[in-house]
Design a binder for this molecule. Sequence first.
Ligand code: LMR
Length: 398
Amino acid sequence: MFENIKNLPADPILGLMAAYRKDNNPHKVDLGVGVYKDEEGRTPVMRAVKAAEHHLLATQDSKTYVAPAGQDSFNHHIANLVFGKRLNTELGGRRVTFQTPGGCGGLRLAAEFVQKVRPGARILVSDPTWANHIPLLGDAGLRIETYPYYDKVNHGIRFDQMMDALSKAGSDDLVLLHGCCHNPCGADLTQQQWQAVTELALQNGFTPFIDMAYQGLGDGLDEDAYGVRLMAESLSELIVVSSCSKNFGLYRERTGALSLITGTQNATAAAASQIAATARGMYSMPPDHGAAVVATILEDQALNNDWQAELQQVRSRINDLRGALVKAIAEQGVDQDFSFIQAEKGMFSFLGLSVDQVHRLVNDYSIYLVDSSRINIAGINHNNLPYLASSIATVLKD
Ligand code: LMR
């Protein structure tokens, strides 16, 4: 049965993570996988998470099953975080939220649900998009096509071409949008652009499917949710997948959520029954620990405040590093203008290097980044910045 299986190359992002771990170069720099790192290069457990874990350890008195939808309190609080309390209350029974095994689990659950109710539906994704969107959505059976998004030469959004492509999408189509902190390019829609896309969805009837993996890492928890909330309040149908990997630092705990809004409470209840059956058929129930931690934090004002304060520090550090990188590269006498990096949001930006230049950084300098030249800004610190900037300058000049 298994003798003729083809060997697959490692996932480009996870393969890089493994190669970095093996590298003995003391100057190595990890700008690959999208994981937050502090000045010391550590990915710390957030203070509020540690406190919530202590509380759970002391008080949790059962490990019995919860449900395919996960914990009600987690789902309620996550919906408040994503949609804001007022809007979430207004949405009432038109909105349902499912706790999922990370954002990836949420994306796949949503795709399997759509495939069940609309087999072979088309989903338009941005060019470029996060590489793992393709298997997560496509392997469920959705038909993936792209719309123009990032202009790698001028470092901006190709908004006219994007709108032109989306104007051809109709009521049988989904459109995947990055809620904030676009992965991989860091270029987000402006509020006016969100309004225009929302208008188009209203006119043409396509269903937006928003991946909100980085809420709180761009401009703020509420600011980053502008597009999601605008669409949730304006449209009758919407899918939103959110993640607690980055904003709560819960990566390996696999904590995320799928929220669905439909036009009526009855339609949402029917959809919820399908989503529950889909989850049951894939993994039965989501893992509990990360969601229990998040629910504990969001239920407790003091923990919530502390979490938000630490998240604010994470956000400021990333934004400061953006400025510091632009300055450090310019100080190396590089002609190209890298100031676009400062204007972009979240963990990622493209350096705009060729694949050959990227490979030189990886192989000659132990600076790890994916072939597209996407870098994880949070992997930079004031120790490795001079080495990084001079290595980038060298490969650009050669
Ligand atoms: C990334 O884009 O690096 C992160 O979302 C981590 C991952 O799973 O790829």
